[in-house]
Design a binder for this molecule. Structure first.
Ligand SMILES: Nc1ncnc2c1ncn2[C@@H]1O[C@H](COP(=O)(O)OP(=O)(O)O)[C@@H](O)[C@H]1O
Ligand SMILES: [Mg+2]
Length: 225
């Protein structure tokens, strides 16, 4: 997807493993990737899921389209090349969050199948679970919702390259989770995702408890045994 430009760079390993970090957090890092049309409900579901996970004592962090475009990706627009680079960078960021132990909730239209598959491959190579959630909603319903007034502007020709209007959206072929947000409630959608995380053993009991005596002995010795 992107070529390595710098030469003479090698990965420098640390002495604290991913498993060590996961143990501190009592959870595994994973990426939940929401894809769907603007207004389909990606951000709304991520916000509700973040609250549900918080209530379960799970650390998650939202990576959301506009938030990211205001920061790390402020130099990118909406051309096909920039959309690709937008998704590639977020994929790398989500992977780092996963390695650190966080459940990242990534909400991006991410309209191109190849780009999403690329992010999936990045995660596979790093052995971090990737859960693609198709936030499916009829264009007519998303346009009716128009939470940010963007469809109106796109129809008026004020926004170019708008997904669903004058830019394509490629639906996932095999998403881990398929939510039909024009038929379900937000509560049902969150429950389906939590259920999936429990059934796929992502929220593992082994990360939920840590023997206090072991913790004390590590603290007393001042170093990792
Ligand atoms: N079942 C549902 N799931 C998610 N959002 C819904 C649902 N029903 C209605 N909505 C509404 O749809 C809109 C979705 O907007 P948003 O989450 O910003 O979409 P996106 O992030 O995909 O662009 C919100 O106003 C939300 O309240
Ligand atoms: Mg959004």
């Amino acid at each position: 997807m992107a070529n390595q430009i710098a030469t003479n760079v090698t990965w420098h390993d640390g002495e604290i493993s991913r498993e060590d970090r996961y143990e501190i957090l009592r959870q595994k890092g994973i990426t939940i990737w929401f894809t769907g049309l603007s207004g389909s409900g990606k951000s709304t579901i991520a916000v509700a899921l973040e609250k549900a996970l918080y209530a379960m004592g799970k650390l998650s962090y939202r990576l959301d389209g506009d938030n990211v475009r205001l920061g790390i990706n402020k130099n990118l627009g909406f051309s096909e090349a920039d959309r690709k680079e937008n998704i590639r960078r977020i994929g790398e960021v989500a992977k780092l969050f996963g390695d650190a132990g966080t459940i990242s909730l990534s909400s991006f239209i991410s309209p191109y199948r190849a780009d999403r598959d690329e992010v999936r491959s990045l995660h596979d190579a790093a052995n971090i679970q990737f859960v693609e959630v198709f936030v499916d909603c009829a264009l007519s319903v998303a346009e009716e919702r128009d939470p940010k007034g963007l469809y109106k502007k796109a129809r008026a020709g004020e926004i170019k390259n708008f997904t669903g209007i004058d830019d394509p959206y490629e639906s996932p072929l095999n998403p881990e989770i398929h939510l039909k947000t024009d038929e379900m409630t937000v509560e049902e959608e969150v429950a389906i995702i939590i259920d999936y995380l429990i059934k796929s053993d992502t929220i593992q009991t082994q990360y939920m408890t840590r023997a206090s005596d072991e913790f004390e002995s590590v603290a007393a010795s001042g170093s990792k045994s």
